[in-house]
Design a protein around this ligand. Structure first.
Ligand code: UD1
Ligand code: CA
Length: 465
């Protein structure tokens, strides 16, 4: 079966009350239209055309980077879904096969529903089909009108429907299959004067009246076919999608302590045997390995967490790699470009930025490690700071294997601490430390015996006067 697809995304989205195009509103961090595009891509269409409006530039920027096969066409003035579909026609010249037209605001539709719909369209030898479903709340949808024998006649929009027609529960999903020899019918759609738009829905009545084999295929589930027009509908769709993703992971062996408070990106992966505590947010293209534990209030963005890593409470990890058996947190911040190697430990109130932390290395408390290359089995004492920035440029701190950095140390970069060296607590290190040596930069301690006793006695005498 030869398929090409058209996604309609040029509407104003007025009901969203937003400055961003409706189809770019996100569900679990992914633009609504990207869901449709991914689903359509999975059925491998010959062409994938997106009809965009005045926000075509934003739309291209948001989705092009992962969708090189898309052809964008512009509908300069949003004159309705019928007019939008017409704009794709020049791109379909010479195409022989079935054209799938889909509203861009139906993000929950699944591949299997689309394939079922196309298979029935083909099997019944239809030339024009619309995918319909029974809605409990049909108010915003076009109603499917059928004759006494149940044959489809046309679609009527809510605003044009009679009281009797408004009671019909079978509605239009906004998904159509049209054979290439029926595409010219798009040109026959008249202006609907009540709204001043060309309705794509009219193609059903037109096709029928001109003797084309036309049908409404009622196989859809409302949960999948909800059109998102308002922010409330966006939230409801997000809830459905959220549960769908979590269900997939539950089935593959991931434990959720409270899935109702967990948000997982549709692009994330999680290995089996991993446990996710409440209030965890996993965003973007994050992968989490097997047997990991992610404790409460953790957010992980575009990162890779390898097997058996432990992420303790209230930690933020961004665009970084955490290798196997590493332990991060509680209250740690791993900023972009960091790699925390196997068995390393990053503890309370430690911030790591664009740094490599070697195997078995520990930075357990209160530190800032930025632009640092830290070797294996290094101990970073509490309160260590890499001074990586002079107000203009950033510099690198290198700490080789088996180094011990005493607490409250400042390492003024660029600086290198050689293998096996010791840095005494409270030091400010400004020059390189050779391997296996001790570096100390603090003022030598002086004890004055009896000083405190003398002071107290003096104070006592003064108070008696
Ligand atoms: C549409 C259908 C309705 C159906 C419902 C399903 C029409 C006239 N009505 O109504 O029968 O039940 O979808 O969700 O088609 N768009 C354009 N250009 C335009 C107008 C819209 O590209 O000029 C795009 C929008 O960006 C959107 C899609 O077409 O992605 C649907 O438009 P929308 O205004 O949401 O239609 P509905 O009123 O929901
Ligand atoms: Ca809609």
């Amino acid at each position: 079966m030869r398929i090409s697809a058209v996604v309609l995304a040029a509407g104003l989205g007025t009901r969203m009350k937003s400055n961003i195009p409706k189809v770019l509103h996100k569900i679990l961090g992914k633009p609504m239209i990207q869901y449709i595009i991914d689903t359509i891509k999975s059925i491998k269409p010959e062409k994938l055309i997106v009809v965009a409006g005045k926000n075509i530039k934003e739309l291209k920027e948001a989705v092009s980077w992962q969708n090189d096969i898309i052809i964008f066409v512009k509908q300069t003035v949003p004159k309705g879904t019928g007019d939008a579909a017409l704009k794709a026609l020049p791109q379909l010249k010479g195409f022989t096969g079935t054209v799938l037209i889909v509203n861009g605001d139906t993000p929950l539709i699944t591949k299997s529903t689309i394939l079922n719909f196309l298979a029935l369209h083909k099997k019944r030898k239809n030339q024009v089909s619309v995918l319909s479903f029974e809605s409990k709340e049909p108010s915003s949808y076009g109603r499917i009108l059928r004759d006494e024998k149940g044959r489809v006649i046309s679609i009527v929009e809510q605003r044009d429907a009679s009281e009797e027609q408004k009671k019909i529960k079978e509605v239009n999903s906004g998904i159509y299959a049209i054979e290439n020899n029926a595409l010219n019918l798009l040109k026959k759609i008249p202006l609907n004067t009540s709204k001043g738009e060309y309705y794509l829905t009219d193609i059903i009545g037109i096709a029928k009246s001109k003797g084309f084999k036309t049908d409404a295929i009622c196989i859809g589930l409302e949960e999948e076919l909800t059109g998102v027009n308002t922010r409330e509908e966006l939230n409801l769709a997000a809830n459905t999608m959220r549960y769908r993703i979590i269900k997939k992971f539950l089935e593959s062996g991931v434990t959720f302590i409270d899935f109702g408070s967990t948000f997982i990106s549709p692009s994330a992966q999680i290995g089996h045997g991993t446990t996710i505590y409440p209030n965890v947010i996993i965003e973007g293209f994050t992968t989490i390995g097997e047997g990991c534990t992610i404790y409460p209030n953790v957010r992980i963005v575009d990162s890779e967490i390898k097997d058996k890593a432990i992420i303790k409470d209230s930690t933020l990890i961004e665009s970084s790699i955490i290798k196997s058996n590493a332990i991060i947190g509680p209250f740690a911040h791993i900023r972009p470009g960091s790699v925390i190697c196997e068995n390393a430990k990053i503890g309370n109130f430690v911030e790591v930025k664009k740094s490599i932390i070697g195997q078995g290395t520990k930075a357990s408390h209160l530190s800032y490690l930025g632009d640092a290359k830290i070797g294996n089995d290094v101990n970073i004492g509490a309160g260590t700071i890499t001074c990586n920035y002079d107000g203009k440029n950033k510099y690198i701190t290198t700490i080789e294997d088996n180094v011990f950095i005493g607490s409250d140390t400042q390492l003024v970069a660029p600086v290198k601490i050689g293998k096996g060296a010791f840095v005494g607590a409270g030091s400010t290190i400004t020059v390189n430390v050779p391997p296996d040596s001790l570096a100390l930069s603090r003022v030598e301690q002086k004890n004055i015996e009896g000083w405190a006793l003398k002071r107290r006695l003096k104070e006592k005498r003064n108070s008696k006067k």
